[in-house]
Design a protein around this ligand. Structure first.
Ligand code: NAP
Length: 463
C-alpha cells in the first residue's frame, strides 16, 4: 500500500511518499547499528535526558502535533491533544525512572562463597517496531521510550496512512539530542519487512496491529530466531451486573465504545448485561449513543470522528452486513453522519450468538454488540468466549465482588467500574489472540534486554 496522507474527513489525498528502496533500508540498518555501538556505552542519565527533551518539545508544540494526527487519521482534536500529552507522559515516565528499572540485580546462590550472582541488563541492538494508525504517536512512544533508555536503537515501520506522523519522530528525536541513526522512520514496503528482520544486526521486533499482521511478522522473527512482542486486537467485554450504578455505567459504556471513533484495541466492544437490568441499560445506552454529534474533527463540539479511512468504514459496513445475514438485529442511532468522509453511522447489534459468523470478530468502529445474559456466571462465560484476551471491565457497586469477577476474566487487563484504561504508568498487554509480551512500565522495558548473568568465582572453588 502506498504511503499517503488522506484526510478522512474529506477523503482527499494530501500527500504521497515513495516506498523505501532496499539500498535505503540497508543504509538505515547500518546507521542504526553504528548508533547502537556508541549509544549503548552512554550512561542512563544521557539517554533519559534525550527523552525528557523530547517530551518537552511535544508539550511545547502540542497543538501543531495534534493537528497532524487529526489530519492523517481523523481523530477529534481534543483526543489528538490528549494523545500528545499521553506520549509526553510516557517519555517522562522513562526519563525519570528508566535507569532505575534496569539496575543490576543480585541473586543469592547457595553454592558459592561469594554468595550471589549478578544479573545485568544489557541492550540487544537494533529493533524494528511495526505500528498501527489508531494512536500514531502513543504506539511508537510505547516502544521507543523504554527501548532507547535501555540502550537499543529503533527502526520504525508505521502504518501507510500516517506517514507524516511517523516521519515526525525523526525530527523530534534528532532535536532532543539522539545521535544520528538512533531512530529512523522507514516507508517500508511489506515485501522488505522480512529482509529487515533477517538482518543479523536487527535483534528483535515489536508489533502492534491486527492478528493477521502479527502472525506474519512473528513468523519472520521465529524463522530468524529473534525475539518478538505482539500487541494485537481485542474484543473487550463490558460486563454490567445487576447492582451497577446505571447512569455512570452507561456514560462509561458510550465513551468506552466511541472514543477514537471506536478504533481502539481496548474499546468496550461487547456489552454483556445481566437480564435484570438489560432493558434499562439498552434504553439509556441508545439515548447516549444517539446524542453523539458527528462532524468535523477539528470542531471542538464534535464527539464522533470519521474512521481512519474509507477502506476502514467499508470493512465495518461489510462486517455489519454479514452479522445481519447471520441473524443479528442492527439498529442505527443518532442524526445521519456526514455523507462525505469516512464516517460510519453508530450501530447497535443485538441477538448476536456464537453461531453468527461475526460473533468472534473485532468490530473496529462505532458498532456495539449488546448481549443479554441470565446472571453473573453467564456474563463471565460469555466474556471468556472470545479468541481475544486484551482488556475488559466489570461494573458493580460491590467492588469486592467486582474484583472476584475480574480475576475470572481471561484477559491481560480488567478494570472494575472503568473501561480499560491507558496510562503511562500502567502496564499494557494481552493473552490469547491478543498477543504476548508487555509494553509500558518495568514490564515493557524488560522485553528487549539481555538479562546477562555474571558470576565472579574464586578460581579454587570446587566444580
Ligand atoms: P494492521 O493492518 O495489522 O497494521 C498494523 C501495522 O502492520 C501497519 O504498520 C501495517 O502497515 C503493518 N502490516 C500489516 N501487514 C503487514 C505485512 N504483511 N508486512 C509488514 N507490515 C505489515 O492493523 P490495522 O488494522 O491497521 O490496526 C488495527 C489493529 O491493531 C486492530 O486489530 C487493533 O485492535 C490492533 N491494535 C492493538 C493494540 C494493542 O496494544 N494490543 C493497539 C492498537 C491497535 P501498512 O499500513 O503498510 O499495511
Amino acid at each position: 500500500m502506498a504511503y499517503q496522507t488522506i484526510n478522512p474527513y474529506t477523503n482527499e489525498v494530501v500527500a504521497t511518499f515513495p516506498d523505501a528502496t532496499v539500498q535505503e533500508v540497508d543504509e538505515a540498518i547500518t546507521a542504526a547499528h553504528q548508533a547502537f555501538l556508541s549509544w549503548r556505552e552512554t550512561p542512563y542519565s544521557t539517554r533519559m535526558a534525550v527523552l525528557a527533551k523530547a517530551a518537552k518539545l511535544l508539550r511545547a508544540d502540542k497543538r501543531r502535533y495534534a493537528e497532524l494526527l487529526t489530519l492523517e487519521m481523523g481523530k477529534v482534536i481534543a483526543e489528538a491533544e490528549a494523545e500528545v500529552d499521553l506520549s509526553a507522559d510516557i517519555l517522562e515516565y522513562y526519563a525519570e525512572r528508566g535507569g532505575a528499572l534496569l539496575e543490576t540485580e543480585k541473586v543469592p546462590v547457595a553454592y558459592a562463597a561469594e554468595g550471589e550472582v549478578e544479573i545485568v541488563n544489557e541492550p540487544l541492538g537494533v529493533l524494528l517496531t511495526v505500528e498501527p494508525w489508531n494512536f500514531p504517536y502513543y504506539q511508537v512512544v510505547r516502544v521507543a521510550a523504554p527501548q532507547l533508555v535501555a540502550g537499543n536503537t529503533i527502526l520504525l515501520k508505521h502504518a501507510s496512512n500516517v506517514p507524516q506522523s511517523a516521519a515526525m519522530f525523526d525530527d523530534l528525536f534528532a532535536r532532543a539530542g539522539l545521535p544520528a541513526g538512533g531512530f529512523k522512520n522507514l516507508f517500508l514496503p511489506h515485501n522488505l519487512t522480512e529482509h529487515v528482520i533477517a538482518d543479523p544486526r536487527v535483534r528483535g521486533v515489536a508489533l502492534t496491529g491486527s492478528e493477521e499482521a502479527g502472525s506474519i511478522i512473528a513468523a519472520y522473527a521465529a524463522k530468524a530466531v529473534k525475539k518478538s512482542t505482539l500487541e494485537l486486537g481485542g474484543s473487550d467485554a463490558f460486563v454490567v451486573l445487576e447492582d451497577a450504578d446505571m447512569e455512570k455505567t452507561v456514560e462509561w459504556a458510550v465513551f468506552g465504545r466511541h472514543w477514537n471513533a471506536g478504533q481502539v484495541c481496548v474499546s468496550a466492544k461487547r456489552m454483556i448485561v445481566v437480564d435484570a437490568v438489560f432493558d434499562e441499560f439498552l434504553e439509556k445506552y441508545r439515548a447516549g449513543v444517539a446524542a453523539l454529534k458527528a462532524g468535523d474533527p477539528m470542531d471542538p463540539t464534535t464527539a464522533l470522528a470519521p474512521l481512519s479511512s474509507q477502506a476502514a468504514a467499508d470493512k465495518l459496513a461489510g462486517q455489519v452486513k454479514d452479522a445481519i445475514a447471520g441473524g443479528a438485529k442492527a439498529e442505527t442511532l443518532g442524526a445521519p453522519v456526514p455523507s462525505t468522509g469516512a464516517f460510519y453511522q453508530p450501530t447497535i447489534l443485538t441477538e448476536m450468538d456464537s453461531k453468527n459468523p461475526c460473533y468472534y470478530q473485532e468490530f473496529f468502529g462505532p458498532v456495539s454488540i449488546v448481549i443479554r445474559v441470565k446472571d453473573e456466571a453467564e456474563a463471565i462465560a460469555v466474556a471468556n468466549d472470545s479468541p481475544f484476551g486484551l482488556g475488559g471491565s466489570v461494573f458493580t457497586k460491590d467492588t469486592v465482588n467486582g474484583e472476584k469477577v475480574a480475576r475470572k476474566i481471561d484477559t491481560g487487563m480488567v478494570y472494575v467500574n472503568h473501561p480499560t484504561m491507558v496510562k503511562a504508568d500502567i502496564p499494557f498487554g494481552g493473552v490469547k489472540h491478543s498477543g504476548y509480551g508487555h509494553e509500558l512500565t518495568n514490564l515493557g522495558i524488560q522485553e528487549f534486554v539481555n538479562k546477562k548473568v555474571i558470576d565472579v568465582v574464586d578460581i579454587n572453588a570446587a566444580f
